[in-house]
Each structure stands twice: as C-alpha cells, then as structure tokens.
Design a protein around this ligand. Sequence first.
Ligand SMILES: [Cu+2]
Length: 153
Amino acid sequence: MKKTVSMLIAMALTIVSGPVLAGTFGVHAPMVRMVPPGQTVSAAFMILHNHGMKERTVIAAHSDVADAVELHNHIMEDGMMKMRRVDAIVVPGHAEVVLKPGGLHIMLIGLTRSLEVGKKVTIELEFADGERLSFEAPVQMVSKEHDHSTHDH
Ligand SMILES: [Cu+2]
C-alpha cells in the first residue's frame, strides 16, 4: 500500500515536471499521401492521442514540404462533402482524434518537393498553449476511393 502511494506520487511528479508533450501526447501512425509528380497538394493523416487529463488544442501545423500547411475537415454541405479549413483540432483528455481521408486532415498546399513512397516528411504540430511537437511521417499510398469510406459506413 505504501509502495503504491509513493509510486503514485512519483508518477504525479513526473507528469507535472516532465515534458508535457512527450509524456501525455502521442502521434500514432502518421502518413503523408503519395501524389504523382507535378501535383501541388497532398494531405497528412494520423491519430492524435491525448494521454493526459487536460484537453489539448492543435491550432496549426508546419512542414517544409509545402508552402502552406492548413488544418482541414470534410463537412456535409447541401448534400455534398466539402473540404473546409478549421481553426483548431481539439483533442479532449484521455481521447483520440483520428485524422483520415474523408475527415480531419492536415493539408499540404504548394508542395516544395516530390512525395515519393518511402520518403519522410517532417511535420510539426503547434498547440494553443504554444507547445510544439515534431515528428516524421512516411509517404504512403492512400487510395482516393478511401476518401468516401467514412461516409458510406
Ligand atoms: Cu484539405
């Protein structure tokens, strides 16, 4: 019992003093959509996992692979799926938000280099509290048809 209590205290101390992002926020299975040479836009997908209790808000994303990087979502409008820029992606405490084709995604506009399968793209997430989280996302084939799958199910 005493051991458990001290362990809990140690854990609590780690959470408070340690790097917040590394400890409580994870990016899983990041990927960037492969696009043929000449195409100027692509998108990045991933799972954002908030292991902490506090809500985390992604307000921007950055990458040197594109001139502009925007947070996007797909919404239904007049019976049509449309892509829209969003100001933020909120990840509630102890929750996951999935960025996937047909849903939330990170839009890469004005590609500065070709995206060949297997290449890695560095992406940085910027949070509302000013923190930043950088990670590498491999370029992968993501089928276009998949874009509508979330809608059909
Ligand atoms: Cu988009």
